[in-house]
Structure formats: C-alpha cells, structure tokens
Design a protein around this ligand. Structure first.
Ligand code: PLP
Length: 378
C-alpha cells in the first residue's frame, strides 16, 4: 500500500539521536533549548516552547490565554478533534465555524456573521478562536485579526499542518496576526520528533506560562532562597515535556524542512497539472509556492466518494479522509450538535479524498496514482 503520508528519517537524523542516547541527559538536557532556538529562528518568532505533542501545545496555549469554565472557544468544523478538545480540557465550551469549500479553512464571512449574530442576540462571544491552516494552506489571518480587534477575541493558530508555510511573506508561526501558533511533529506531519509539538509566540507572558505548565507548574527560579534543593509549585501544571532524544531528531529534521517542503510543492504541482482535466475540485493553486502541503486533498464533484475510496484502496493506494466534521463525532453529538450544523463542512466531508503526498513519494508511484484515478473517474 502506498501510504498517504510518511516520515523521512536519514542517517544524519539517526546519528543526532544516538549522540543524545550516549550523553548524560536523555531529558531536561540542552537539546530542547537548542531545538526551541532553531524553531524561533526558522519561523521568526520570539519564543518557542517544545512539548510532547501538538495537543499538549494547544492545551497550554488555551491555558496561557486564561480560557476556563464559563468561557467559549470557537474553531473550524473541519479539523482534527484536538483543535476542539483543547478548549474542553480547560473547562470552556466550544463551538464551530463553517468552512470555505475552496480553501477548506474557516470562512471569514461565516465567522463575521456568527460574531454579529451573537452580539445582536446578546449571546456569548468567543474568548479564543482556534484557527486551522488546513493542509498547510494559511487561513485569511489578516481578515481574522481584524475581526478579533472588532469583537475582542484572542487567536491561536493550529498550524499542525503548516510548518514551512508562508503567509504574506512571513513564516506561519511568526504570530504576526495571532497570540500563539502550534506545530505538530507527529510522523505524518512535515517534520517529526516521533511524537511532539511546539508553541510559538511573541508574548513573554504566554511563553512563561506555557513553560511553567509544561513541567508541573514548578519553578526553581526563586532568587530569595539559597537552598540548593529548593523548588516551588506555583500552578497546577502537567508533564508535557519533550525528551532530548526527540528534540535531537527535531533539530536535525528542521534543517531539512526547506527540502521537504520543496519536494511536497513539486509533487502537489504535478498532481494539479495532471488532474486538472478531471471532474474534481482541486486545492487552491494560489498557494502552490507558499503552502507546506501536508495533505493533497481533492473534492469529488459527482462521483461517490465511498466507492472511489474503496476502489483506490483495493489498488494499493492509501487514500484517506481529513476530516469528519468534529461536531459529528459521537462525543460532540452528545453535547447537542447534529447534522446540518455546518453545511459546507458536511458537503466537503462527503466528497473529500486525501491522495498520498510525502517527500519520498516516487514519480513512478505518483504516475500510478494519477493513472488509476483517471481510470476510476472516467
Ligand atoms: C495532528 C494534528 C493535531 C494533533 O497533533 P499531535 O501532535 O498528534 O498531538 C492537532 N491539530 C491538527 C489540525 C492536526 O492535524
């Protein structure tokens, strides 16, 4: 089976992990700092806080923005469940914004209408909006930032798909239009640490809170005390630390980010060129040069997705579907959400198909995928 995504780990990556394994510190050594500094430099953010998953980073971002019981967060109807769960971890409520079919990102006009409707009807407005850059294509951050100033909410970018993506000549993660951004280093994402994630921000308070909560809420920086063993717990934190083993892999992978993104862009471009005559909605070509292309998602127009999916899987092509609208999950239905809530998201979901895309996808395999797709769609 040709998978839909796959990591690329080379000898240099392996050597850098071995170096840590042979050193004194497997965790809480120097490598996490080194990795964080490299992330800051790469995406032009002031601070980076590396953690054991993007899910943890989302949780810490919500905590740092003081999202809590009685508060409301909004996110995109189409994302991985973690984009919504993070608000619930904090005791806040969550609601969903419909997407734009062309970009599969939050629709800014839907967002604006919903904000105005809530204001008019004296319904609660969100404290935090969690924006998702679907497949690595940046959402309309400028438009969203403008609304955040008008309606008074904070912005977290769930950039799990988007390390290496650019928006208006800045790297995603520079937080030009947000309070914080988070990246995932799960093996199907652009670069990997096995499991891992990072939060970037330009706000010192957010960075310090995230650092504190990442390690139990414990600090050793009380300069009024001179006992060598002394530490104090200031808040109820977690153990969300990334190990030095993982950070070493991440640091090595980060050096290869540009190469990975370039290869993904080339393959995305080839798909677009080869599939343009089929009866499909292809991804937005305006982002060919700026997106990291975590996923290559096509939307079928008149074919039945289920049967095309089965057909391709039978031919050894590991297509996938990203994502089931979050609010249609049984857990969220139990909270009162039901079908019909976000029509664009549901129409998108019934037609979407992610084709294999990763740096090592061979031309031969890509040609095979294209040929099979042409055959089944004609
Ligand atoms: C992968 C992903 C996450 C979660 O990342 P982990 O590192 O596995 O916790 C969150 N949001 C989106 C959009 C993702 O794709």
């Amino acid at each position: 089976m040709i998978p839909y995504g796959r990591q690329n780990v080379n000898q240099e990556d392996i050597d850098s992990v071995i170096e840590v394994l042979e050193s004194d510190y497997l965790t809480q050594g120097k490598m996490v700092n080194t990795f964080e500094d490299a992330i800051c430099k790469k995406v032009s953010a002031k601070y980076a806080v590396a953690v054991n998953s993007a899910t943890s980073a989302l949780h810490l971002a919500c905590k740092a923005l003081e999202l809590g019981p009685g508060d409301l967060a909004w996110t995109s109807a189409i994302s991985f469940v973690a984009s919504a769960n993070c608000a619930l971890y904090c005791g806040a409520d969550i609601d969903f914004i419909d997407i734009e079919r062309e970009t599969v990102n939050i629709s800014v006009s839907e967002l604006e209408q919903k904000l105005q409707r809530c204001l008019d009807q004296s319904l609660p407005l969100p404290k935090v909006l969690i924006v998702v850059h679907m497949a690595g294509h940046s959402a309309d951050m400028k438009g969203i930032k403008q609304l955040s100033e008008q309606y008074g909410f904070r912005i977290i970018e769930d950039a799990s798909h988007a390390i290496g993506s650019r928006y208006l000549n800045e790297s995603v993660g520079s937080c030009q239009f947000s309070d914080a951004a988070i990246f995932s280093f799960h093996p199907v994402k652009i670069i990997t640490t096995g499991e891992g994630g990072v939060l970037t921000t330009n706000c010192e308070t957010i960075a310090n809170t995230a650092k504190l909560l990442r390690s139990h809420g414990i600090t050793r920086d009380n300069h009024d005390r001179n006992e060598g063993w002394y530490y104090e717990q200031l808040q109820l934190g977690f153990n969300y630390r990334l190990t030095d083993i993982q950070a070493a892999l991440g640091f090595s992978q980060l050096k290869r980010l540009d190469e990975f993104v370039k290869k993904r862009q080339e393959k995305a471009s080839y798909y677009i060129e080869q599939l343009s005559k089929l009866d499909l909605l292809l991804p937005n070509v305006n982002q060919l040069q700026s997106a990291s292309w975590h996923l290559f998602i096509i939307q079928l127009k008149r074919h039945d997705r289920h049967s095309i999916f089965d057909c391709l899987r039978k031919k050894g092509i590991g297509v996938n579907v990203h994502y089931i609208p979050i609010y249609l999950q049984p857990y969220y239905r139990d909270k009162g959400f039901s079908s019909g809530y976000c029509p664009n998201a549901e129409n998108y979901y019934s037609s979407a198909l992610s084709l294999p895309l990763y740096p090592d996808l061979t031309k031969e395999n890509q040609k095979y995928i294209i040929d099979v797709l042409k055959e089944v769609l004609q």
